[in-house]
Design a protein around this ligand. Structure first.
Ligand SMILES: Cc1cc2nc3c(=O)[nH]c(=O)nc-3n(C[C@H](O)[C@H](O)[C@H](O)COP(=O)(O)OP(=O)(O)OC[C@H]3O[C@@H](n4cnc5c(N)ncnc54)[C@H](O)[C@@H]3O)c2cc1C
Length: 422
Protein backbone atom coordinates (compact mmCIF):
# COMPACT_ATOMS: atom_id res chain seq x y z
CA UNK A 1 0.00 0.00 0.00
CA UNK A 2 2.83 2.46 -0.72
CA UNK A 3 0.56 5.26 -2.03
CA UNK A 4 -1.57 5.45 1.09
CA UNK A 5 -1.21 8.15 3.75
CA UNK A 6 1.20 6.75 6.35
CA UNK A 7 0.33 7.24 10.02
CA UNK A 8 3.10 6.35 12.48
CA UNK A 9 1.98 5.80 16.07
CA UNK A 10 4.72 5.66 18.68
CA UNK A 11 3.50 3.90 21.84
CA UNK A 12 0.72 1.32 22.02
CA UNK A 13 -0.54 2.29 25.45
CA UNK A 14 -4.06 3.55 26.03
CA UNK A 15 -3.69 6.59 23.74
CA UNK A 16 -1.82 5.00 20.84
CA UNK A 17 -3.92 1.83 20.79
CA UNK A 18 -7.19 3.83 20.80
CA UNK A 19 -5.92 5.89 17.85
CA UNK A 20 -5.04 2.72 15.92
CA UNK A 21 -8.41 1.12 16.71
CA UNK A 22 -10.38 4.22 15.70
CA UNK A 23 -8.49 4.42 12.39
CA UNK A 24 -9.89 1.02 11.32
CA UNK A 25 -11.41 1.28 7.86
CA UNK A 26 -9.67 4.59 7.02
CA UNK A 27 -7.62 4.90 3.82
CA UNK A 28 -4.31 4.86 5.64
CA UNK A 29 -1.48 2.50 6.38
CA UNK A 30 -0.32 2.48 9.98
CA UNK A 31 2.96 1.66 11.63
CA UNK A 32 2.90 1.15 15.39
CA UNK A 33 6.29 1.38 17.10
CA UNK A 34 6.68 0.38 20.74
CA UNK A 35 9.70 -0.46 22.85
CA UNK A 36 7.72 -3.34 24.38
CA UNK A 37 5.83 -6.02 22.52
CA UNK A 38 2.70 -5.64 24.66
CA UNK A 39 -0.10 -3.29 25.55
CA UNK A 40 -0.36 -3.05 29.33
CA UNK A 41 -3.41 -2.44 31.52
CA UNK A 42 -1.57 -0.32 34.10
CA UNK A 43 -4.52 0.16 36.50
CA UNK A 44 -4.11 -3.49 37.63
CA UNK A 45 -0.29 -3.52 37.76
CA UNK A 46 -0.33 -3.26 41.55
CA UNK A 47 -2.16 -6.61 41.64
CA UNK A 48 0.76 -8.25 39.80
CA UNK A 49 3.11 -6.52 42.26
CA UNK A 50 1.19 -8.03 45.16
CA UNK A 51 0.81 -11.55 43.74
CA UNK A 52 -2.94 -11.41 43.01
CA UNK A 53 -2.73 -11.58 39.21
CA UNK A 54 -0.29 -13.08 36.71
CA UNK A 55 1.44 -10.87 34.13
CA UNK A 56 -0.41 -12.42 31.18
CA UNK A 57 -3.77 -11.43 32.69
CA UNK A 58 -3.12 -7.71 32.23
CA UNK A 59 -1.00 -7.52 29.07
CA UNK A 60 -1.52 -8.45 25.43
CA UNK A 61 1.00 -8.68 22.55
CA UNK A 62 0.39 -5.67 20.26
CA UNK A 63 1.02 -7.88 17.22
CA UNK A 64 -1.78 -10.21 18.36
CA UNK A 65 -4.20 -7.29 18.90
CA UNK A 66 -3.50 -6.02 15.38
CA UNK A 67 -3.37 -9.45 13.65
CA UNK A 68 -6.56 -8.92 11.62
CA UNK A 69 -5.62 -5.39 10.53
CA UNK A 70 -3.62 -5.96 7.34
CA UNK A 71 -2.89 -2.23 6.99
CA UNK A 72 -1.12 -2.16 10.37
CA UNK A 73 2.58 -3.00 10.75
CA UNK A 74 3.90 -3.45 14.28
CA UNK A 75 7.56 -2.75 15.01
CA UNK A 76 9.45 -3.45 18.22
CA UNK A 77 11.85 -0.56 18.70
CA UNK A 78 12.75 2.40 20.87
CA UNK A 79 12.25 5.83 19.38
CA UNK A 80 14.96 8.32 20.33
CA UNK A 81 14.18 11.33 18.15
CA UNK A 82 12.06 12.95 15.47
CA UNK A 83 13.46 14.55 12.30
CA UNK A 84 10.70 17.09 11.75
CA UNK A 85 12.17 18.52 8.55
CA UNK A 86 12.41 15.10 6.81
CA UNK A 87 9.30 13.76 8.55
CA UNK A 88 10.75 10.61 10.05
CA UNK A 89 11.23 9.11 13.51
CA UNK A 90 14.65 7.87 14.58
CA UNK A 91 15.09 4.56 16.37
CA UNK A 92 17.82 3.74 18.85
CA UNK A 93 19.32 1.12 16.49
CA UNK A 94 19.87 3.81 13.83
CA UNK A 95 16.83 2.98 11.68
CA UNK A 96 14.39 5.67 10.56
CA UNK A 97 10.67 5.41 9.78
CA UNK A 98 9.10 8.05 7.54
CA UNK A 99 5.61 9.39 8.28
CA UNK A 100 2.91 11.59 6.78
CA UNK A 101 1.22 11.97 10.17
CA UNK A 102 2.92 11.20 13.48
CA UNK A 103 1.13 10.39 16.75
CA UNK A 104 3.43 10.39 19.78
CA UNK A 105 1.79 8.50 22.64
CA UNK A 106 4.85 7.55 24.67
CA UNK A 107 3.39 8.11 28.14
CA UNK A 108 5.30 8.89 31.33
CA UNK A 109 7.44 7.21 33.99
CA UNK A 110 7.83 7.79 37.69
CA UNK A 111 10.02 10.69 38.80
CA UNK A 112 12.00 11.33 41.96
CA UNK A 113 11.85 15.15 42.15
CA UNK A 114 15.50 15.45 41.11
CA UNK A 115 16.68 12.50 43.26
CA UNK A 116 17.18 9.75 40.68
CA UNK A 117 19.69 8.16 43.07
CA UNK A 118 16.68 6.99 45.14
CA UNK A 119 15.38 4.74 42.35
CA UNK A 120 17.42 1.58 43.15
CA UNK A 121 16.09 1.66 46.74
CA UNK A 122 12.55 2.81 45.95
CA UNK A 123 11.46 1.41 42.58
CA UNK A 124 8.29 2.71 40.96
CA UNK A 125 5.47 0.83 39.30
CA UNK A 126 4.99 1.37 35.58
CA UNK A 127 5.93 -1.78 33.67
CA UNK A 128 5.45 -5.54 34.08
CA UNK A 129 9.12 -5.76 35.05
CA UNK A 130 8.53 -3.16 37.79
CA UNK A 131 5.57 -5.17 39.09
CA UNK A 132 7.40 -8.52 39.18
CA UNK A 133 10.40 -6.80 40.75
CA UNK A 134 8.21 -5.34 43.54
CA UNK A 135 6.60 -8.76 44.04
CA UNK A 136 10.10 -10.31 44.29
CA UNK A 137 11.27 -7.70 46.79
CA UNK A 138 8.20 -8.15 49.01
CA UNK A 139 8.35 -11.95 49.01
CA UNK A 140 12.17 -12.08 49.36
CA UNK A 141 12.00 -9.74 52.33
CA UNK A 142 9.61 -12.15 54.07
CA UNK A 143 11.87 -15.11 53.20
CA UNK A 144 14.90 -13.29 54.65
CA UNK A 145 12.96 -12.33 57.77
CA UNK A 146 12.13 -16.03 58.30
CA UNK A 147 15.90 -16.74 58.54
CA UNK A 148 16.95 -13.59 60.40
CA UNK A 149 17.88 -13.87 64.08
CA UNK A 150 18.63 -10.21 64.83
CA UNK A 151 15.32 -8.61 65.95
CA UNK A 152 16.16 -5.11 64.57
CA UNK A 153 17.13 -6.50 61.17
CA UNK A 154 14.05 -8.69 61.15
CA UNK A 155 11.86 -5.67 61.90
CA UNK A 156 13.39 -3.80 58.93
CA UNK A 157 12.77 -6.82 56.70
CA UNK A 158 9.15 -6.78 57.83
CA UNK A 159 8.63 -3.08 57.12
CA UNK A 160 7.08 -2.07 53.80
CA UNK A 161 7.08 1.65 53.02
CA UNK A 162 5.06 3.13 50.17
CA UNK A 163 5.78 6.73 49.19
CA UNK A 164 2.87 8.67 47.70
CA UNK A 165 -0.77 8.73 48.77
CA UNK A 166 -2.42 8.92 45.34
CA UNK A 167 -4.49 6.02 43.94
CA UNK A 168 -1.44 3.82 43.22
CA UNK A 169 -0.02 4.26 46.74
CA UNK A 170 -3.41 3.66 48.39
CA UNK A 171 -4.06 0.56 46.27
CA UNK A 172 -0.58 -0.87 46.87
CA UNK A 173 -0.74 -0.28 50.62
CA UNK A 174 -4.16 -1.98 50.86
CA UNK A 175 -3.00 -4.95 48.80
CA UNK A 176 0.33 -5.43 50.66
CA UNK A 177 -1.33 -5.25 54.07
CA UNK A 178 -3.91 -7.85 53.04
CA UNK A 179 -1.15 -10.08 51.65
CA UNK A 180 0.82 -10.10 54.91
CA UNK A 181 -2.04 -9.83 57.43
CA UNK A 182 -4.42 -12.28 55.75
CA UNK A 183 -3.18 -14.28 52.75
CA UNK A 184 0.24 -15.43 53.99
CA UNK A 185 -0.71 -16.05 57.62
CA UNK A 186 0.33 -19.57 58.66
CA UNK A 187 2.80 -20.12 55.79
CA UNK A 188 5.90 -19.12 57.78
CA UNK A 189 7.18 -20.89 60.90
CA UNK A 190 9.57 -18.40 62.54
CA UNK A 191 7.86 -15.10 61.77
CA UNK A 192 4.32 -13.91 62.19
CA UNK A 193 3.56 -11.90 59.04
CA UNK A 194 0.87 -10.06 61.03
CA UNK A 195 3.74 -8.32 62.84
CA UNK A 196 4.79 -6.60 59.59
CA UNK A 197 4.48 -2.78 59.29
CA UNK A 198 2.94 -1.30 56.18
CA UNK A 199 3.56 2.43 55.98
CA UNK A 200 1.98 4.85 53.52
CA UNK A 201 3.85 8.16 53.44
CA UNK A 202 2.25 11.23 51.86
CA UNK A 203 3.78 14.71 51.68
CA UNK A 204 0.43 16.49 51.37
CA UNK A 205 -2.26 16.97 54.00
CA UNK A 206 -4.56 14.18 52.74
CA UNK A 207 -4.66 10.95 50.73
CA UNK A 208 -6.16 10.90 47.21
CA UNK A 209 -5.92 14.65 46.62
CA UNK A 210 -7.87 14.40 43.34
CA UNK A 211 -10.92 13.05 45.22
CA UNK A 212 -13.46 14.91 47.37
CA UNK A 213 -12.16 15.45 50.96
CA UNK A 214 -14.79 13.13 52.53
CA UNK A 215 -13.61 10.27 50.27
CA UNK A 216 -9.99 10.96 51.25
CA UNK A 217 -11.04 10.76 54.91
CA UNK A 218 -12.89 7.50 54.22
CA UNK A 219 -9.79 6.03 52.51
CA UNK A 220 -7.70 6.97 55.54
CA UNK A 221 -10.12 5.23 57.91
CA UNK A 222 -10.39 2.16 55.67
CA UNK A 223 -6.59 1.79 55.46
CA UNK A 224 -6.32 2.28 59.21
CA UNK A 225 -8.85 -0.53 59.75
CA UNK A 226 -6.78 -2.83 57.53
CA UNK A 227 -3.66 -2.01 59.57
CA UNK A 228 -1.79 0.46 57.32
CA UNK A 229 0.08 3.23 59.17
CA UNK A 230 -0.55 6.42 57.22
CA UNK A 231 1.78 9.40 57.69
CA UNK A 232 0.39 12.62 56.20
CA UNK A 233 2.27 15.89 55.73
CA UNK A 234 5.51 13.89 55.65
CA UNK A 235 7.81 14.71 52.73
CA UNK A 236 10.44 12.03 52.16
CA UNK A 237 13.95 13.46 52.28
CA UNK A 238 15.98 10.35 51.42
CA UNK A 239 15.68 6.72 50.35
CA UNK A 240 18.70 4.48 50.79
CA UNK A 241 19.72 0.92 51.62
CA UNK A 242 18.75 1.36 55.29
CA UNK A 243 15.29 2.73 54.68
CA UNK A 244 13.37 5.90 54.18
CA UNK A 245 13.99 9.28 55.79
CA UNK A 246 11.03 11.51 56.63
CA UNK A 247 12.18 14.86 58.01
CA UNK A 248 14.71 13.95 60.72
CA UNK A 249 13.23 10.50 61.34
CA UNK A 250 14.57 7.35 59.60
CA UNK A 251 12.35 4.30 59.19
CA UNK A 252 14.36 1.14 58.65
CA UNK A 253 12.66 -0.64 55.76
CA UNK A 254 13.90 -3.19 53.26
CA UNK A 255 11.07 -2.64 50.80
CA UNK A 256 10.27 0.88 49.66
CA UNK A 257 7.95 1.48 46.72
CA UNK A 258 7.77 4.84 44.97
CA UNK A 259 4.30 6.01 43.93
CA UNK A 260 4.83 9.75 44.17
CA UNK A 261 5.72 11.64 40.99
CA UNK A 262 5.65 11.24 37.23
CA UNK A 263 7.83 12.54 34.42
CA UNK A 264 6.73 12.47 30.78
CA UNK A 265 8.72 10.61 28.13
CA UNK A 266 11.24 12.87 26.33
CA UNK A 267 8.88 13.76 23.43
CA UNK A 268 9.30 17.50 24.16
CA UNK A 269 13.07 17.19 23.67
CA UNK A 270 12.61 15.23 20.42
CA UNK A 271 10.37 17.99 19.09
CA UNK A 272 12.13 20.95 20.71
CA UNK A 273 8.64 21.90 21.90
CA UNK A 274 7.56 23.82 25.01
CA UNK A 275 6.77 21.62 27.99
CA UNK A 276 5.46 21.87 31.56
CA UNK A 277 7.65 21.11 34.64
CA UNK A 278 6.78 17.37 34.36
CA UNK A 279 8.13 17.34 30.80
CA UNK A 280 4.72 17.08 29.07
CA UNK A 281 4.52 18.71 25.64
CA UNK A 282 2.27 21.78 25.64
CA UNK A 283 0.05 20.97 22.68
CA UNK A 284 -2.36 23.12 20.66
CA UNK A 285 -6.14 22.81 21.21
CA UNK A 286 -6.23 20.14 18.46
CA UNK A 287 -3.37 18.20 20.20
CA UNK A 288 -0.82 19.09 17.50
CA UNK A 289 2.62 20.57 18.07
CA UNK A 290 2.82 24.28 17.39
CA UNK A 291 3.63 24.87 13.69
CA UNK A 292 3.37 21.15 12.89
CA UNK A 293 -0.21 20.09 12.13
CA UNK A 294 1.15 16.68 11.02
CA UNK A 295 2.47 15.84 14.54
CA UNK A 296 0.15 15.00 17.44
CA UNK A 297 1.20 14.32 21.03
CA UNK A 298 -1.37 12.66 23.29
CA UNK A 299 -1.97 11.01 26.66
CA UNK A 300 0.52 11.29 29.52
CA UNK A 301 3.17 12.75 27.17
CA UNK A 302 1.07 15.88 26.53
CA UNK A 303 -0.59 18.63 28.52
CA UNK A 304 -3.53 20.81 27.61
CA UNK A 305 -5.93 22.84 29.75
CA UNK A 306 -9.26 21.30 28.85
CA UNK A 307 -10.75 20.44 32.23
CA UNK A 308 -12.26 23.48 33.94
CA UNK A 309 -9.13 25.44 33.00
CA UNK A 310 -6.86 22.68 34.32
CA UNK A 311 -4.82 20.10 32.38
CA UNK A 312 -6.56 16.85 31.44
CA UNK A 313 -5.62 14.33 34.17
CA UNK A 314 -2.99 11.65 33.55
CA UNK A 315 -5.46 8.78 33.45
CA UNK A 316 -6.41 6.14 30.91
CA UNK A 317 -9.77 7.65 29.81
CA UNK A 318 -8.07 10.97 28.95
CA UNK A 319 -5.44 9.18 26.83
CA UNK A 320 -8.12 7.06 25.12
CA UNK A 321 -10.32 10.07 24.33
CA UNK A 322 -7.31 11.87 22.84
CA UNK A 323 -6.40 8.82 20.72
CA UNK A 324 -9.94 8.64 19.35
CA UNK A 325 -10.02 12.40 18.72
CA UNK A 326 -6.73 12.26 16.77
CA UNK A 327 -7.93 9.35 14.62
CA UNK A 328 -11.14 11.24 13.78
CA UNK A 329 -9.14 14.37 12.94
CA UNK A 330 -6.92 12.36 10.57
CA UNK A 331 -10.00 10.84 8.89
CA UNK A 332 -11.58 14.30 8.51
CA UNK A 333 -8.41 15.66 6.96
CA UNK A 334 -8.33 12.78 4.47
CA UNK A 335 -11.86 13.79 3.46
CA UNK A 336 -10.52 17.29 2.73
CA UNK A 337 -11.73 18.97 5.94
CA UNK A 338 -8.62 20.55 7.49
CA UNK A 339 -10.47 22.99 9.74
CA UNK A 340 -8.98 22.41 13.24
CA UNK A 341 -11.49 21.60 15.98
CA UNK A 342 -10.55 21.75 19.64
CA UNK A 343 -10.28 18.55 21.66
CA UNK A 344 -12.91 18.34 24.42
CA UNK A 345 -12.35 16.19 27.48
CA UNK A 346 -15.18 14.42 29.33
CA UNK A 347 -14.22 13.39 32.85
CA UNK A 348 -15.93 10.13 33.81
CA UNK A 349 -14.72 10.07 37.43
CA UNK A 350 -11.92 8.94 39.76
CA UNK A 351 -11.71 5.44 41.24
CA UNK A 352 -9.42 3.83 43.81
CA UNK A 353 -9.72 0.54 45.63
CA UNK A 354 -8.68 -0.08 49.24
CA UNK A 355 -8.08 -3.77 49.73
CA UNK A 356 -10.48 -6.35 48.41
CA UNK A 357 -13.66 -5.13 50.04
CA UNK A 358 -13.65 -1.37 49.79
CA UNK A 359 -13.17 1.42 47.26
CA UNK A 360 -13.92 5.10 46.69
CA UNK A 361 -15.43 6.55 43.54
CA UNK A 362 -15.87 10.24 42.77
CA UNK A 363 -18.06 10.83 39.73
CA UNK A 364 -18.40 14.50 40.68
CA UNK A 365 -22.22 14.32 40.58
CA UNK A 366 -22.20 11.22 42.82
CA UNK A 367 -19.79 9.72 45.32
CA UNK A 368 -19.57 6.07 46.34
CA UNK A 369 -17.57 4.34 49.05
CA UNK A 370 -17.31 0.93 50.70
CA UNK A 371 -18.27 -2.41 49.20
CA UNK A 372 -20.70 -0.98 46.62
CA UNK A 373 -17.90 1.20 45.26
CA UNK A 374 -15.65 -1.88 45.22
CA UNK A 375 -18.15 -3.76 43.04
CA UNK A 376 -18.46 -0.81 40.64
CA UNK A 377 -14.65 -0.55 40.55
CA UNK A 378 -14.29 -4.32 39.91
CA UNK A 379 -16.91 -4.43 37.16
CA UNK A 380 -15.46 -1.33 35.45
CA UNK A 381 -11.97 -2.82 35.42
CA UNK A 382 -13.16 -6.18 34.13
CA UNK A 383 -15.16 -4.40 31.41
CA UNK A 384 -12.11 -2.40 30.25
CA UNK A 385 -9.82 -5.44 30.01
CA UNK A 386 -9.29 -6.74 26.48
CA UNK A 387 -10.85 -10.06 25.48
CA UNK A 388 -13.22 -12.52 27.10
CA UNK A 389 -10.44 -14.87 28.26
CA UNK A 390 -8.75 -12.15 30.34
CA UNK A 391 -12.04 -10.88 31.74
CA UNK A 392 -12.92 -14.41 32.88
CA UNK A 393 -9.39 -15.09 34.19
CA UNK A 394 -9.25 -11.89 36.26
CA UNK A 395 -12.81 -12.34 37.57
CA UNK A 396 -11.97 -15.95 38.56
CA UNK A 397 -8.69 -14.93 40.24
CA UNK A 398 -10.51 -12.27 42.27
CA UNK A 399 -13.32 -14.63 43.22
CA UNK A 400 -10.77 -17.25 44.29
CA UNK A 401 -8.86 -14.77 46.48
CA UNK A 402 -12.11 -13.42 47.89
CA UNK A 403 -13.41 -16.88 48.86
CA UNK A 404 -10.20 -18.68 49.86
CA UNK A 405 -7.68 -15.92 50.60
CA UNK A 406 -5.13 -17.74 48.39
CA UNK A 407 -3.03 -15.69 46.00
CA UNK A 408 -1.80 -17.96 43.24
CA UNK A 409 1.01 -15.71 41.99
CA UNK A 410 3.30 -15.67 45.08
CA UNK A 411 6.31 -16.47 42.91
CA UNK A 412 9.81 -15.11 43.33
CA UNK A 413 11.32 -14.83 39.84
CA UNK A 414 14.50 -13.23 38.43
CA UNK A 415 16.36 -14.06 41.64
CA UNK A 416 19.87 -12.81 42.09
CA UNK A 417 21.88 -16.04 42.52
CA UNK A 418 24.18 -14.54 45.09
CA UNK A 419 25.23 -17.24 47.60
CA UNK A 420 24.10 -14.88 50.39
CA UNK A 421 20.56 -14.79 48.98
CA UNK A 422 18.13 -17.29 50.49
C1 LIG B 1 0.52 1.82 38.50
C2 LIG B 1 -0.43 2.66 37.70
C3 LIG B 1 -1.77 2.62 38.00
C4 LIG B 1 -2.68 3.39 37.27
N1 LIG B 1 -4.01 3.30 37.57
C5 LIG B 1 -4.89 3.97 36.81
C6 LIG B 1 -6.28 3.82 37.06
O1 LIG B 1 -6.70 3.10 37.97
N2 LIG B 1 -7.15 4.47 36.24
C7 LIG B 1 -6.70 5.27 35.22
O2 LIG B 1 -7.53 5.82 34.47
N3 LIG B 1 -5.39 5.45 34.97
C8 LIG B 1 -4.48 4.82 35.75
N4 LIG B 1 -3.15 4.98 35.51
C9 LIG B 1 -2.70 5.97 34.50
C10 LIG B 1 -2.83 5.42 33.08
O3 LIG B 1 -2.30 4.12 33.02
C11 LIG B 1 -2.10 6.37 32.15
O4 LIG B 1 -2.67 7.64 32.25
C12 LIG B 1 -2.22 5.88 30.72
O5 LIG B 1 -1.57 4.65 30.57
C13 LIG B 1 -1.62 6.89 29.74
O6 LIG B 1 -1.72 6.37 28.46
P1 LIG B 1 -0.62 6.73 27.36
O7 LIG B 1 -1.09 6.11 26.09
O8 LIG B 1 -0.35 8.18 27.37
O9 LIG B 1 0.72 6.05 27.87
P2 LIG B 1 1.00 4.54 28.25
O10 LIG B 1 -0.23 3.76 28.42
O11 LIG B 1 1.97 4.59 29.37
O12 LIG B 1 1.74 3.97 26.94
C14 LIG B 1 2.98 4.45 26.51
C15 LIG B 1 3.56 3.44 25.53
O13 LIG B 1 4.66 4.03 24.88
C16 LIG B 1 5.73 3.11 24.82
N5 LIG B 1 6.94 3.91 24.76
C17 LIG B 1 7.40 4.80 25.69
N6 LIG B 1 8.53 5.36 25.26
C18 LIG B 1 8.81 4.82 24.05
C19 LIG B 1 9.86 4.99 23.11
N7 LIG B 1 10.86 5.86 23.34
N8 LIG B 1 9.84 4.27 21.98
C20 LIG B 1 8.84 3.39 21.74
N9 LIG B 1 7.83 3.19 22.59
C21 LIG B 1 7.80 3.90 23.73
C22 LIG B 1 5.59 2.31 26.11
O14 LIG B 1 6.24 1.06 26.00
C23 LIG B 1 4.07 2.20 26.23
O15 LIG B 1 3.59 1.03 25.58
C24 LIG B 1 -2.22 4.23 36.23
C25 LIG B 1 -0.85 4.27 35.93
C26 LIG B 1 0.04 3.50 36.66
C27 LIG B 1 1.50 3.53 36.32
Amino acid sequence: MPGLHHVVIVGAGFGGLSAAQELAGAAVRITIIDQRNHHLFQPLLYQVGTAALATSEIAWPIRFLMRKRKEVTTLLGTVCGVDMRNRCVKLQDGATVAFDTLVLATGARHAYFGHDEWEPFAPGLKTLEDATSIRRRVLLSLERAERETDPARRAALLTFAIVGGGPTGVELAGAIVELVYQNLVGEFRRIDTRKARVLLIEAGPRLLPAFAPDLSAYALRALDRLGVEVQLGSPVTDCNSSGVRIGDQTVAADVIVWAAGVRASPAAAWLDAPSDPAGRVKVEPDLTVQGHPEIFVIGDAATINVWHGKPAPGIAPAAKQQGIYVARTIKRRLRGDSQPRAFRYRHAGDLATIGKRSAVIDFGWCKLKGWLAWWVWGLAHIYFLIGLRNRLAVALSWLWIYLTGNRSACLITQVDHNPKSP
